[in-house]
Each structure stands twice: as structure tokens, then as C-alpha cells.
Design a binder for this molecule. Structure first.
Ligand code: SF4
Ligand code: SF4
Length: 303
């Protein structure tokens, strides 16, 4: 019989840094477009996995030595190769025991209808504005679950002010994927609070002022993630030459929305995109670095 212990052991063997199994009650009032039960109506639980991103990938950006490897290995490889292979193998373990395994990797460039946010990590995002439900009571496709909520349910993470889902062990240096299943597994406790203490260090560290007391402005982040700031070591002298707001932009003083961010994207070409359209990270993820140092100094990260 398939047990939670077997799943956790297999997850570890296949390379997951963390595995937790969550009940679905946290999703009870979820909108249909984010509801795991709209993906698998007889789902019993959700299994969450976290992959630690090596700290060295952040340190080399902090020192200004190397940027592209974080994007290619720490973002693209983990989400687009490692997580996929991992999910397929673990999903097969579950399905070989006679249950369904609905694999949930990040869907970086799609937004459900009505979600006006973006994902700074990719060249651009597409909102599924033309999608319609196939029948009354059904969601418009594609259903995309909220990874922050899923991490809380599985007891493996909880979003902080920066929008990043903070892991009790790895802080912000981690990426997630999930499996929704009808296997009746023993579940873990959901997380009941975030490691985030609202210290504001992430806010101070961002060169684009993309984090406010209300959280992350994803369009602002997308502009500065890809380098519209003075701390960008690849900055060209003729960047936005003759643009009336050049100084304000470089100083992170201009506030971007969807339209103005998209207007400036073509000028933010400092390193090539990776395959699958991942934009190079040129802000050094200063928010995550500041957060990690803060949590480490505070001694709240689990050993
Ligand atoms: S740096 Fe501080 S405020 Fe920002 S997410 Fe981390 S703990 Fe929260
Ligand atoms: S430091 Fe980078 S990733 Fe963090 S909020 Fe600012 S632009 Fe976005």
C-alpha cells in the first residue's frame, strides 16, 4: 500500500530537498480557476516538493561576478527540467499503485483570466482572456493553482512580504512543484504563519522599489529584475538616451504598470534570454539575498 513515508523517501531519492503532504481544506473557498478539485475532483491531498537553489548562485550575483548561471541553472533548469523529470518519476510511482497523479509544475508565462499580475522571470506573460468554461459551474481553462497556498497546505512554505514563498529551512532560496492525488495519504500540518516578520529588508534592498508595504508590484519587479537600474554591471551608456524619465527610471523612482513595463522591455536586453523564454536576472535577487541574511541572522531557519 502506498504510504506518505514511501512518497517522502522516494522524493528524497529523486532529489527533492523537502516534501510535505497537505489536506485540501485550505482551498475550500478558492476560486474555480485555482481550485485543485477542478483538476482532480476526487483528490484527497496535495503533495508538495521544494528544491533548494544553491546559495552560491546568489552570492556570485551579489559579488557582481556572474549572473547568467542563476537564471539558467537556478531558475530555468530547476523548473523546466529537474522538476519535470522529478514529477514524471514520482507521478509514475503513485500511478503504479493505482492512483491518479496530477503533476503541477510552475506555469511561468500563463495567467488565469482576471489575473493582471506578471511573472518577472519570463520574457512576458499571457492572460487567458479568451478562455471560456466548457459548461456551467466549470472554470475557464487553464486551472492554475496558487503555489503559495499549496506550500502552506503542505507545511513547506509561506509567502512573505516580498511575495516569495519562504521555506522554514531554505528561506527564499527554494523552488516548488506539487502533485494533486486521490491517494489517501497521511497529511502533515499546514503552516500557520510565515517566517516573514515584516522587517522590510527586502524592500530596502530592491533597486527598483518594487516591494512596498502592500507587497510586490510584479510589473515594477519585471523591469528592474531585467536590469533598468544603476547597479546593473551591463548597463550601456546609451541606455534610454534622450528618454525624459531616464534618471527616474535608473534610480527606481518611476512606477511601472503593465503598459509602461511592456514599453520598456525591448530596451532591457543586456544578456540573452534562456530557452523557454526566461529573462536574465540582473537585479541579483537582492530582495531574496537580504531576506536570507536576515532570517539566518535571526536564527529562525531550521537546521
Ligand atoms: S526580508 Fe523581511 S519583510 Fe522581506 S520577506 Fe524577508 S522577512 Fe519578510
Ligand atoms: S530585487 Fe529584483 S527580484 Fe527582488 S523585487 Fe527587486 S527587482 Fe524584483
Amino acid at each position: 500500500m502506498l504510504t506518505a513515508e514511501m512518497i517522502k523517501q522516494k522524493a528524497k531519492e529523486l532529489g527533492a530537498s523537502v516534501c510535505g503532504i497537505g489536506k485540501l481544506d485550505i482551498f475550500e473557498n478558492e476560486i474555480p480557476g485555482r481550485d485543485p478539485k477542478m483538476i482532480l475532483p476526487n483528490a484527497k491531498c496535495i503533495i508538495g516538493f521544494a528544491f533548494a537553489v544553491p546559495k552560491g548562485l546568489y552570492y556570485t550575483m551579489e559579488q557582481g561576478n556572474q549572473y547568467f548561471t542563476y537564471t539558467s541553472v537556478g531558475v530555468k533548469y530547476i523548473d523546466e527540467e529537474m522538476a519535470e523529470i522529478f514529477l514524471l518519476k514520482l507521478g509514475a510511482t503513485i500511478e503504479n499503485e493505482g492512483y491518479d497523479a496530477c503533476l503541477q509544475k510552475s506555469v511561468p508565462n500563463l495567467r488565469i483570466k482576471g489575473d493582471k499580475e506578471t511573472n518577472p522571470e519570463v520574457a512576458d506573460t499571457y492572460e487567458l482572456i479568451h478562455a471560456e468554461p466548457v459548461a456551467e459551474g466549470k472554470p475557464a481553462p487553464d486551472v492554475i493553482i496558487d503555489f503559495g497556498k499549496a506550500a502552506i497546505a503542505c507545511g513547506i512554505g509561506y509567502p512573505g512580504l516580498s511575495g516569495k514563498v519562504l521555506s522554514p529551512k531554505y528561506g527564499p532560496f527554494v523552488r516548488y512543484c506539487f502533485i494533486i492525488t486521490d491517494a489517501p495519504l497521511d497529511t502533515d500540518e499546514a503552516m500557520d504563519e510565515s517566517l516573514c516578520d515584516m522587517c522590510g529588508k527586502c524592500k530596502e534592498a530592491c533597486p527598483g522599489n518594487a516591494i512596498t508595504d502592500d507587497g510586490l508590484n510584479t510589473w515594477q519587479c519585471a523591469v528592474y529584475y531585467r536590469g533598468a537600474h544603476k547597479s546593473n554591471p551591463f548597463m550601456k551608456e546609451d541606455f534610454l538616451k534622450d528618454h525624459p524619465e531616464r534618471e527616474a527610471i535608473l534610480n527606481g523612482e518611476k512606477v511601472f504598470d503593465r503598459e509602461s513595463a511592456r514599453e520598456i522591455y525591448p530596451h532591457l536586453s543586456f544578456l540573452p534570454k534562456t530557452n523557454w523564454g526566461y529573462a536574465p536576472c540582473i537585479c541579483g535577487k537582492k530582495c531574496d539575498m537580504a531576506c536570507y541574511k536576515h532570517l539566518k541572522e535571526k536564527g529562525v531557519l531550521a537546521k
